[in-house]
Design a protein around this ligand. Structure first.
Ligand code: ASP
Ligand code: MG
Length: 457
């Protein structure tokens, strides 16, 4: 059994879905479970129309909804024979009717509350999964649509719900395994779930990867495939460095650091369930299915390069906190962390000196409230427009002199903060966002002049 997850760009059009069908058909012997994202930019469209409806622009929202319907009708319709067009129309009428009702409610309420965000944005995956199952059925692939909300149970934290693992795993086994036993191809939408009371939730943007991993862990799949529109994980963003190489194999720990620190290929939570159940995750390109992609595995991957990849995360804020009592009394850090924790704002990096602490965050939504609380006992300043550039690799653990090499390469770039994570497999620096591209280029030159052909393509 394998899970095959196809992202938004892999199902954005009739031709993309046709490719997906071919890829799934080629894997039928491995008993695939298919998890799909919403088509193309559907999720974004839904969020935008929700905002519009809630802010008094209902007509615009309805126009956007109509365009979305036409897109689904055109792209999916192109893959179906005349005899199935009625089924498609029925699915579209039902779903788009409900969405129009929701927009009416949002317009009356004048706000787009989190439970409505989830309710509306869930339609992208609800539609794509139904539509793709219909296409598979026409192609004789014997699909079975499964509403992911009956499988992925979550807490009630809207827009970023956490799965209730044991319940979800039990449901995945109960609902999915019998279908596979009947040689059917289960098709589910990613991203969505529901609370125990049946209220629709979502796992957060990009959450379909996470869905695939949860479902894979639940059914103890042999492999979780994440099909996207790039060849896999790269030594760094190829848009920054055209010479970037594909990483053929990487460990869970390394991939998790990269995902967390900005590599956009995988949703950062994806690897947890897979890691726990020791299921390999493979990142593949649906436009170039013959490329072997990146295999993410449990053990360390022997490699003659010290690092596997460089990540870059922009949109970082540095928060400088200086104790007004001119020393770091015990309890100072605790007070600081309590404030960030209460504001549900994650801290990425931290550096301290005698009287001050600097830390970084990537989510400024509650920064004003955080600063106000910190100012009760400290002076606070904020630096916007920063980036975290990380080098990641297992070998960092036992190779002396890597930091010196990295800083040597970065000469001439002003480094604002430095950290080596407790995992010992990353060294990160904070630089001004405008220097980030140059920093990545210099590090890539330094560490990937020669590459280990067993690990890099
Ligand atoms: N459709 C959702 C999003 O755009 C989830 C996903 O594709 O992973 O965020
Ligand atoms: Mg994604």
């Amino acid at each position: 059994m394998i899970v095959m997850k196809f992202g938004g760009s892999s199902v954005e059009s009739a031709s993309a879905i046709e490719r997906v069908a071919g890829i799934v058909r080629g894997a039928l012997v491995r008993k695939p479970v298919v998890v799909v994202s919403a088509m193309g930019t559907t999720t974004q469209q839904l969020l935008t129309m929700g905002e519009e409806a809630a802010s008094g622009e209902k007509d615009r929202a309805l126009e956007r909804l109509q365009a979305l319907r036409e897109m689904h009708e055109r792209e999916i319709g192109a893959l179906l024979p005349a005899s199935s067009q009625g089924d498609l129309r029925q699915i579209l009428d039902g779903h788009f009717g409900e969405m129009a009702d929701l927009l009416g409610q949002l317009s009356a309420a004048g706000e787009f509350a989190p439970e409505f965000v989830d309710a509306l944005s869930s339609y992208g995956e609800r539609l794509s999964s139904r539509a793709i199952a219909l296409v598979f059925s026409h192609l004789g692939m014997n699909p079975a649509h499964v509403d992911a909300r009956c499988v992925v149970l979550t807490d009630g934290r809207h827009k970023a719900a956490t799965p209730l693992y044991s319940e979800t795993y039990a449901r995945a086994r109960d609902k999915i395994l019998p279908l596979i036993g009947q040689s059917r191809v289960p098709v589910l939408g990613g991203f969505i779930g529901a609370t125990q009371k049946g209220v629709t939730t979502t796992l957060g943007r990009g959450g379909s990867d996470f869905s695939a991993a949860i479902i894979g862990a639940g059914i103890a799949a042999d492999e979780i495939q994440i099909w996207t529109d790039v060849d896999g994980m790269m030594t760094c963003d190829p848009k920054l460095v055209p010479e970037a190489r594909r990483v053929k194999t990487i460990s869970f720990a390394e991939a998790a650091e990269l995902a967390y620190f900005g590599a956009k290929v995988l949703h950062p939570s994806t690897l947890l369930p897979a890691m726990e159940k020791n299921i390999p995750v493979v990142v593949l390109n649906s436009r170039r299915p013959d490329v072997a992609g990146t295999r993410i595995v449990a053990g360390a991957v022997p490699c003659s390069n010290v690092i596997k990849a460089i990540s870059c995360k922009r949109g970082i804020y540095i928060v400088n906190i200086r104790s007004t009592r001119m020393l770091m009394a015990h309890g100072f850090l605790q007070r600081i962390f309590e404030i960030f924790s209460r504001a549900e704002t994650a801290v990425d990096m931290l550096a301290s000196s005698e009287v001050s602490v600097s830390l970084t965050i990537d989510n400024p939504a509650r920064l004003a409230e955080i600063c106000e609380a910190l100012r009760d006992f400290s002076e606070v300043s904020i630096e916007e427009g920063q980036a975290i550039v990380c080098i990641v690799g297992d070998n960092l653990r036992h190779t002396p002199g890597v930091a010196a090499r990295a800083f040597g390469a970065l000469q001439g770039i002003n480094i604002r903060m430095i950290s080596q994570g407790a995992s010992l497999l990353n060294i990160g620096v904070v630089v001004a966002a405008r220097d980030a591209e140059r920093a990545v280029k210099l590090l890539h030159q330094e560490f990937f002049r020669d590459v280990d052909p067993a690990v890099f393509d």
